[in-house]
Write a protein that binds this ligand. Structure first.
Ligand SMILES: [Fe+2]
Length: 192
């Protein structure tokens, strides 16, 4: 049975481990191994968004809900991370800096129950390829919101300071599309 407070306490405790990153990966893997328990504890997602479950200088735990077909431009974290999927699918594309700009290195699809550890230097973009919300637990080895880092323009791939408000706008635009689609379905229902 997943318990949010227990999960947070376990992740905090893992920071005392010699390899906190690997220890947190095991904790997240155990949690997403039973996705229905997470869905029950964190409530079935209805909208895209980021819910902060825990935040300190050394650790951030987020419940990340990607909207249908939503895409978040390349960005880095500058701290280790663990991503675990408990509903849907995340397509990750990985990049590296080069003299001629950002170069795509490869991609990885994460399905429900998959867990991936990301190193401090990772640059990635995320796409939800599904017509439904994808739900994921993201754990970061630092203060996700207070650490300066970079994002890259999705068209020009130009590097600029990461702006959390910009990221939140992408989530909100996804919700606007969701609401418009629901409205269209309701109108269609009424016309029959
Ligand atoms: Fe990320």
């Amino acid at each position: 049975m997943f318990n949010t407070e227990r999960f947070i306490a376990d992740c905090c405790g893992a920071l005392n481990n010699d390899n906190a990153h690997a220890a947190v990966k095991e904790i997240v893997a155990r949690a997403v191994a039973e996705p229905s328990q997470l869905l029950k504890a964190l409530e079935e997602p209805k909208l895209a968004g980021i819910q902060t479950l825990y935040r300190s200088d050394r650790l951030t735990i987020l419940n990340v809900l990607w909207g249908p077909c939503m895409h978040l431009y390349p960005h880095d974290h500058r701290m280790w991370a663990v991503i675990g999927i408990y509903g849907g699918r995340e397509d990750n594309a990985f990049y590296r800096r080069s003299d001629s700009g950002l170069i795509e290195l490869g991609a990885k699809t994460l399905d429900t129950k998959d867990v991936i550890p990301l190193g401090e230097a990772v640059i990635h973009s995320v796409t939800n390829p599904l017509e439904q919300i994808t739900a994921a637990i993201h754990v970061y080895g630092g203060d996700f919101f207070a650490t300066p880092r970079s994002e890259w323009d999705p068209q020009t791939l130009e590097e600029r300071p990461y702006d959390i408000a910009h990221a939140m706008q992408v989530f909100e635009e996804s919700n606007e599309r969701l609401r418009a689609a629901e409205l269209a379905v309701k109108r269609l229902d009424r016309s029959f």
